[in-house]
Design a protein around this ligand. Structure first.
Ligand code: C2E
Ligand code: CA
Ligand code: CA
Length: 567
């Protein structure tokens, strides 16, 4: 349903609940933008829990870039008492902002109150534009973002086709930029990115288009390209400009870059393909020793090394929303009831189908994307618990995996805090799973971090327990809630005395430390019974349920096939 003015529906806004049901977003706010009421679909649209609404304003739902537009619109509505219209982004379900057309009008009947009607117009606008916001909220460099780069690419392609010219798209990626952040902190990292943007602009001499597409990756669009040599010479200039030392606090710092390029219209025509091809060229450039530049090369199908292809596909996968979370129940083996669920990430590749998390998680780590993906997984899991709560499916907790690189990242505690702040979920309901080896890599840092987040209320479990070399002294000193016995000790449990002894020892250890214990990978009744007789009550595995997508799991809960454990 699309409304051209608010006026003709205003009269029955209050009385017809059905009106609210057909509008993507309807709310009443005060002049400061605080929510007084929001429609149920509106709440579902933005993805917040109702209890959390008193803590946010309409402005909090709008990315910083769009805030001035919203402010102006609100001001005008109050001053003129007329309907004001603006098109901006609302941060839907925390990660996927949608382009909405908002109509804001003062309520003549109730002074000081405004009505807001919003329509999702993302489908009419470029869908990618919304996803872009999900990944690039910052205005750090002042450069165009991926969304406007896409428009520019489209425009350049049209011009090239009309004039018979060629366009080159280059992606410039700073090598291992996360190390700068790690060594010097994010403020310095941000400053360096800012300066890099300036250097790139200079290299383009105000003539060529430059945008920032990921944290440390930039796009440059060259028009009227005579040949490949021209592009290559330009890439060298860019590379030289970035390799000039940066100075920070009397120290110098040197960066290196990889550059991938693709030319239009040879051989692609489609913007998505062109972007995918520069991703591939970039991955190819990473393989060239000494000289980090490559053109996209068309190869016979199947001849591209898998990791190379996957690394580039990871970027487009995030852009195209190919990632999702599945959830696997953790069950009390005696009652069969569900105590909690583990969030497990899935990547559905358009060609390869499901890619194993064991492959893409380490790829995301090396590509510097794991913080984005990990943060997204945490926020979505918090949201999911709230949404199940709202449907009467109350699970005690959800567990979320934390990768080694996330755990080392200085922004990790802030990302965790933000997830709770945004969703309003009680931190106690999230258990972060960290592997033994990550905890033991730097036990002092681990202890500090665990203590800091435990103060917030979050709990921790040691994942894949038994595979590393935990020192008992350290284990005792960490504030932990649970141990998860690795599934390699479970598979042969019925036949291996060795595994039986290990499980018995872990059960004893967990008792001594006062930790709860979960056995992973339980596939048979026999394994379950052995675990129960050893004293391990919580199990997770295909015997009970595989990891499932949200709708399937919700259906099982609603059909009573799975029942939550009472608190
Ligand atoms: P994990 O944390 O040890 O997760 C348990 C794995 O065991 C999952 O594999 C699950 O599907 C599988 N599994 C569960 N029950 C059974 C069973 O009865 N038999 C067998 N054979 N397997 C079972 P999955 O989903 O392929 O994930 C693999 C690993 O990828 C995870 O191991 C975890 O280390 C990592 N991972 C998955 N999602 C995320 C994520 O969101 N963030 C991070 N950092 N890592 C993740
Ligand atoms: Ca896990
Ligand atoms: Ca595990």
């Amino acid at each position: 349903m699309r409304l051209d003015t608010l006026d003709h529906v205003r009269a029955d806004v209050d009385s017809t609940a059905s009106f609210e049901q057909v509008i993507d977003f309807f709310a009443r706010i005060d002049e400061q933008g605080r929510f007084l009421h929001i429609s149920t679909p509106g709440l579902a649209f933005i993805g917040y829990h109702r209890e959390y609404l008193p803590h946010i304003t309409l402005r909090d739902l709008v990315p910083p870039e769009d805030a001035p537009l919203l402010d102006a619109c609100l001001r005008q509505a109050v001053q003129t008492a007329e309907v004001q219209k603006c098109t901006l982004h609302l941060v839907k379900t925390l990660t996927y902002p949608r382009l909405v057309e908002l109509r804001i009008s003062p309520d003549a009947a109730v002074p000081g109150q405004l009505m807001v009607v919003g329509h999702d117009v993302s489908a009419w606008a470029d869908n990618e534009q919304c996803l872009t916001y999900a990944m690039h909220h910052d205005v750090l460099t002042g450069l165009d973002n991926l969304a406007s780069a896409r428009h520019e690419i489209e425009r350049a392609k049209r011009e090239a086709l009309a004039k018979g010219g060629r366009v080159a798209l280059l992606q410039v990626d700073i090598d291992e930029f996360y190390r700068v952040n790690q060594a010097f902190g994010y403020e310095v990292g941000d400053r360096i990115l800012h300066e890099t943007a300036l250097r790139l602009k200079n290299a383009c001499q105000g003539r060529d288009f430059v945008a920032r597409c990921y944290s440390d990756a930039f796009l440059i669009l060259l028009r009227d390209v005579p040949d490949r040599n021209y592009v290559e010479a330009f890439a060298r200039r860019v590379s030289d400009a970035i390799q000039r030392p940066y100075s920070h606090d009397g120290q110098t710092l040197q960066l290196s870059v990889r550059i991938g390029a693709a030319i239009f219209p040879d051989p692609v025509n489609d913007t998505d393909q062109l972007l995918n091809h520069v991703d591939e060229a970039l991955a190819l450039a990473g393989r060239n020793r000494g000289y980090s530049f490559a053109f996209y090369e068309r190869r016979p199908a199947g001849s591209r090394p898998d990791t190379l292809r996957l690394e580039s596909d990871l970027h487009s996968g995030i852009r195209n929303g190919e990632f999702s979370l599945y959830y696997q129940p953790i069950v009390d083996a005696r009652s069969g009831r569900v105590a909690g669920i583990e969030a497990l990430m899935r990547w559905h590749h358009p060609v390869l189908g499901a890619v194993s998390p064991e492959i893409f998680i380490s790829l995301a780590e090396s590509a510097g994307l794991i913080n984005f993906l990990g943060g997204w997984a945490l926020k979505n899991t918090c949201m999911q618990l709230m949404q199940w709560d709202a449907r009467g499916i109350h699970l005690q907790y959800a567990t979320v995996n934390v990768s080694a690189q996330q755990f080392r990242d200085k922004r990790f505690p802030a990302i965790v805090r933000e997830a709770f702040k945004l969703t309003g979920l009680a931190p106690r309901r999230i258990i972060l799973e960290i592997t033994e080896s990550v905890l033991m890599e730097d036990p002092d840092h681990a202890k500090e971090l665990l203590e800091e987040l435990t103060d917030l209320g979050v709990r921790f479990a040691v994942d894949d327990f038994g595979t590393g070399y935990s020192s008992l002294a350290y284990l005792q000193s960490f504030p932990l809630a649970a141990l998860k016995i690795d599934r390699r000790f479970i598979s042969d449990l019925p036949v291996s005395r060795n595994d039986q002894a290990i499980v018995a020892a872990i059960v004893g250890l967990a008792r001594t430390l006062g930790l709860s214990l979960v056995a992973e990978g339980v596939e048979t009744e026999e394994q379950k019974n052995l675990l129960l007789s050893s004293g391990c009550d919580l199990i997770q595995g295909w015997l009970v349920c595989k990891a499932l997508p949200i709708n399937e799991l919700t259906r099982k809960f609603e059909a009573g096939e799975l029942l939550p454990l009472e608190c």
